[in-house]
Design a protein around this ligand. Structure first.
Ligand code: ADP
Length: 449
């Protein structure tokens, strides 16, 4: 039976994004929401809405029993998890499928494999993806860590197998500090993820973060949709993303993209995925794979014309991908600015009532957001309130249009990081595409100093 009604297990702009793709396919939507989100745009636009609990995410957006009950009450025949929340929870995916509800996401076993960084790395290596030099698996004793670190050379990075958001990660400059930093990483990982498994990697000095968008049909066919450059980060959080990467030639894109697509085909991967690499001096090093839609997926949509959410729904419905690798063209340039309700330079969150709102518009300007005038941004969730995605025939034209569009955005009543984006777009390094994952933090430190 074809999908006719999708429950969207998420909130904010991504819930809207999924709702829009569903409606364009003639599919109804069911919004779920916490009591704090009763007036949210995703609830207003969906065909049906079910309240699933109090504001705390643990009791609502992460509440598996309530979400499954909502799906049954609203008679949804599929669930889309968006990103974050339950999107990479293999157990949840299994529960959804056990209730005869279609899971709009990868096979649970692939979510599980890639969710543990140690098994992800081993699997990636077996699939032919280039790895950061490091320990072959988890490292349990300090002696073993010392031996491996001496082989790969300092500085090394201790990383948590269950890590996420940069937590449980420690840079070790030299052997004398290994024992202390390793035990710090372990206890941080234990308290954040309930798992103190760690592994070692060579710490790359000045890499870029370049990730490939992949898509599989679950039956051994897979494609890639090129890369995104997400090097502009603060505390491992992406701030601005672009496609294509300013440093990759089309030959390199085709070659590496094919390596990624072949790996996904060999796995029998289903749905959307992102393979993240660090890139330094022309070399790629796998760091992790995200088995879900990414926040920054619209830049890929802008340069390929492929609606990724539509493809996710098609594949979950047992249909083939609507495009072949040969049909995918990379045209022009796209940049996404993540707009957060926060102080642009101290980054302190700034929730509250939006007194006035006007979204930028015009040719090749896309704003994905649930904002409206009078909306109160709740303090309980992520501070991202909008994404501004701009396309141009060339990178230069894209940047000119982005500056124009940022100038049109009006969000009053709360602070936003729009002034940060505007300041970044005046920086020669950004204009030249000459930045690594260290750039933003160094720039911020200089501003302060
Ligand atoms: P998480 O899941 O916690 O976000 P990742 O493995 O994706 O962890 O790494 C997050 C970020 O940490 C990367 O985007 C990069 O900025 C930095 N990083 C990770 N591994 C390395 C490494 N081996 N050398 C240098 N920086 C790294």
């Amino acid at each position: 039976m074809a999908i006719t009604r999708i429950l969207i297990a998420n909130r904010g702009e991504i819930a809207l994004r999924i709702h829009r793709a569903a409606h364009e396919m003639g599919i109804e939507t069911v919004a779920v929401h916490s009591t704090a989100d009763a007036d949210a745009m995703h609830v207003r636009l969906a065909d049906h809405a079910v309240c699933i609990g109090p504001p705390a995410a643990g009791e609502s957006y992460l509440n598996v029993a309530n979400i499954i009950s909502a799906a049954e009450i609203a008679q949804a025949d599929a669930i889309h998890p968006g990103y974050g929340f339950l999107s990479e929870n293999a157990k949840f995916a299994e529960i959804v499928e056990a209730h005869d509800i279609k899971w709009i996401g990868p096979k649970p076993e692939h979510i599980r494999t890639m969710g543990d960084k140690v098994t992800a790395k081993t699997t990636a290596g077996e699939l032919g993806l280039p790895l950061v030099p490091g320990s072959p698996g988890a490292v349990s004793t300090v002696d073993e860590a010392k031996r491996i670190a001496a082989e790969i050379g300092y500085p090394v990075l201790v990383k948590a197998a269950s890590g996420g958001g940069g937590r449980g990660m420690k840079v070790v400059p030299e052997e004398s500090q290994l024992e202390t930093l390793m035990s710090q990483a372990k206890s941080e990982a234990k308290s954040a993820f309930g798992d103190d498994t760690v592994y070692l990697e060579k710490y790359l000095g000045n890499p870029r973060h370049i990730e490939f968008q992949v898509f599989g049909d679950g039956n051994g066919n897979a494609i890639h949709l090129g890369e995104r450059d997400c090097s502009l980060q603060r505390r491992h959080q992406k701030v601005l993303e672009e496609a294509p990467s300013p440093v990759l030639s089309s030959a390199e894109r085709d070659r590496m993209g094919q390596v990624c697509a072949d790996a996904m085909a060999a796995m029998g991967y289903r749905g959307a995925g992102t393979i993240e690499f660090l890139w330094e001096n022309g070399e790629f090093f796998f760091i992790e794979m995200n088995t879900r839609l990414q926040v920054e997926h619209p830049v890929t949509e802008a340069i390929t014309g492929v609606d990724l959410v539509r493809e996710q729904i098609r594949v979950a419905d047992g249909k083939p991908l609507s495009v072949t690798q040969d049909e995918i063209r990379f045209e022009g340039h796209a940049i996404e600015c993540r707009i957060n309700a926060e102080d642009p330079f101290t980054f302190a969150p700034s929730p509250g009532k939006v007194s006035a709102y006007h979204a930028a518009g015009g040719m090749h300007v896309r704003v994905d957001s649930g904002l409206y005038a009078g909306y109160s941004i709740p303090p309980y969730y992520d501070s991202m309130i909008a994404k501004l995605i701009v396309y141009g025939r060339t990178r230069e034209r894209c940047i000119m249009r982005l500056k124009r569009a940022l100038g049109e955005m009006v969000v009053e009543g709360v602070k936003t990081n729009i002034p940060l984006h505007q300041a970044l777009l005046e920086e020669p390094d950004i204009l030249n595409g000459d930045y690594s994952i260290k750039w933003l933090e160094e720039w911020l430190a200089e501003r302060e100093g």
